[in-house]
Design a protein around this ligand. Structure first.
Ligand SMILES: Cc1cc2nc3c(=O)[nH]c(=O)nc-3n(C[C@H](O)[C@H](O)[C@H](O)COP(=O)(O)OP(=O)(O)OC[C@H]3O[C@@H](n4cnc5c(N)ncnc54)[C@H](O)[C@@H]3O)c2cc1C
Length: 410
């Protein structure tokens, strides 16, 4: 098919989510041109609720790289600083005080707002952003990469670039191209026998910070969005149909999971939106083939329990921006060295986050009973022992605080 237009750029970015847009922003600051293409429309992305917690380094990346005009840092004025979380089990809440333990905090600031801010920054700076396209193909990544796509009016466009970045999320097409090209590629992963039922509701806050709750009925998470809108999740089977859950049933289940002798009161209200989120742990390595590199969920996904996915996507592109600068602004040898080192640099953080997310998930969720007859509730008791150790040990709580707030970026 003949393309209606052909554009030459330095970096073509497939996927305009947080990873793709942040990379485009960082490269613009380095004087490198990008074209960003995305299957979804801006409206679709702005209205899909996903992550909510930013590590301090992610906040710094937003505030210290010119995303906002000076004095208009929305993440600071509209986000909520959280100095800890509550671990709740056995019907009692235990505060893990990150600020006291590691002198760090996280920010509650929804991913939808991160997208709004990055999209506004790229638009302000004249970025070439193409949303609502379809039929993306990526080819010739070994030498002269080309991306083609079809715009909403049906016209085919071609983008030729020095480097292509696959920031196209957990259903990445770029990941498969890297895998096909790299005979020694590996995929590591783990499936979990549960999913999260997520809902958004019109209700006041039930707690000032997130509550991670383990109960015999399964995990539940109480998180916030604004003073009057809250986001909550509870563990369900992966094949759960949201239509089977009435508003009454959802609140009854949440109340049962959170009930306790401390009289904790879950504040309820009309439910606006529901969804079921199956999850898995996944890493593909290497994250590069030829002149195609992967970033964010395209290369790795984590279960949402440790609030790491969005933060890892931003951490990848912080490294990748440096790599792209070497490739495009320095000599061939330096460029190749930088590309060759990208996977190891990115994965150093990814594997820490994989472990942390797996650990939080398995500590707090109820797994189907192991076939073990009289011994089948061993894991239930062991989890309680682990949680009790964690909240009573300075070392245990500090490990949680370090992981949750994020390891310092070298
Ligand atoms: C319900 C939920 C809750 C979550 N909670 C948290 C949390 O609390 N904390 C946290 O850190 N993380 C959380 N995550 C994970 C987080 O949302 C992701 O890790 C994050 O979105 C990754 O960013 P990304 O830019 O890599 O991918 P994405 O945000 O998925 O962006 C990829 C983009 O690529 C586009 N795309 C896909 N295929 C193509 C194609 N072929 N051509 C063009 N464009 C394409 C998509 O439309 C999308 O806009 C959660 C995820 C979900 C689903």
């Amino acid at each position: 098919m003949t393309a209606a237009s052909s554009t030459r750029t330095q970096v073509a970015v497939v996927g305009g989510g947080p990873a793709g847009l942040m990379l485009s922003h960082l490269l613009h600051r380095a004087g490198i041109e990008t074209v960003v293409i995305d299957h979804r429309t801006v409206h679709e992305i702005e209205s899909t609720h996903r992550a909510g917690i930013l590590e301090a380094d992610s906040v710094r990346l937003l505030t210290e790289t010119g995303v906002y005009a000076t004095g208009a840092e929305r993440v600071l004025t509209e986000g909520d600083r959280h100095g800890g979380i509550y671990l709740r089990f056995g019907g009692e809440s235990h505060h893990v005080d990150f600020e006291r333990l590691v002198g760090a905090s996280v920010w509650l600031y929804p991913q939808t707002e991160v997208f709004v801010d990055l999209h506004a920054a790229r638009t302000r700076d004249g970025g070439d952003l193409r949303y609502g396209i379809s039929g993306t193909t990526v080819c010739e990544v070994e030498h002269t990469p080309r991306v083609t796509c079809t715009d909403p009016d049906g016209a085919v466009h071609e983008v030729r670039a020095d480097l292509v970045v696959g920031a196209d999320g957990s259903r990445s097409i770029c990941r498969d191209i890297v895998a096909r090209g790299e005979s020694g590629h590996r995929r590591y992963g783990r499936e979990y026998p549960f999913a999260w039922f997520g809902f958004l509701c019109e209700a006041p806050k039930s707690a000032p910070e997130l509550i991670y709750n383990r109960s015999e009925r399964g995990f539940a998470l109480v998180s916030q969005r604004t003073e009057s809108i809250q986001r909550m999740y509870f563990q369900v089977d992966p094949d759960t149909d949201p239509a089977d859950w009435s508003e009454d049933r959802i609140w009854t289940e949440m109340q049962l999971r959170l009930a306790g002798r401390d009289g904790f009161e879950l504040r309820t209200g009309p439910i606006i939106e529901t969804s079921v989120l199956p999850f898995r742990s996944f890493v593909q390595t290497p994250m590069r083939h030829g002149n195609l590199v992967l970033a964010g969920d395209a290369a790795h996904t984590v279960p949402p329990t440790g609030a790491k996915g969005l933060n890892l996507a931003l951490a990848d592109v912080r490294v990748l921006a440096e790599v792209a600068e070497n490739v495009l602004l320095k000599g061939e040898e330096e460029g190749e060295q930088a590309l060759a080192g990208y996977t190891d640099r990115a994965l150093a953080r990814v594997w820490k986050a994989q472990h942390f997310s797996y650990w939080m998930t398995t500590m707090l969720h109820r797994a189907p009973p192991a076939a073990g007859g009289a011994y089948s509730d061993f894991d239930e008791r062991r989890q309680l022992g682990e949680l009790a150790t964690l909240v009573s040990s300075e070392a245990g709580s500090t490990y949680l605080a370090e992981g949750y707030t994020g390891w310092p970026t070298p």
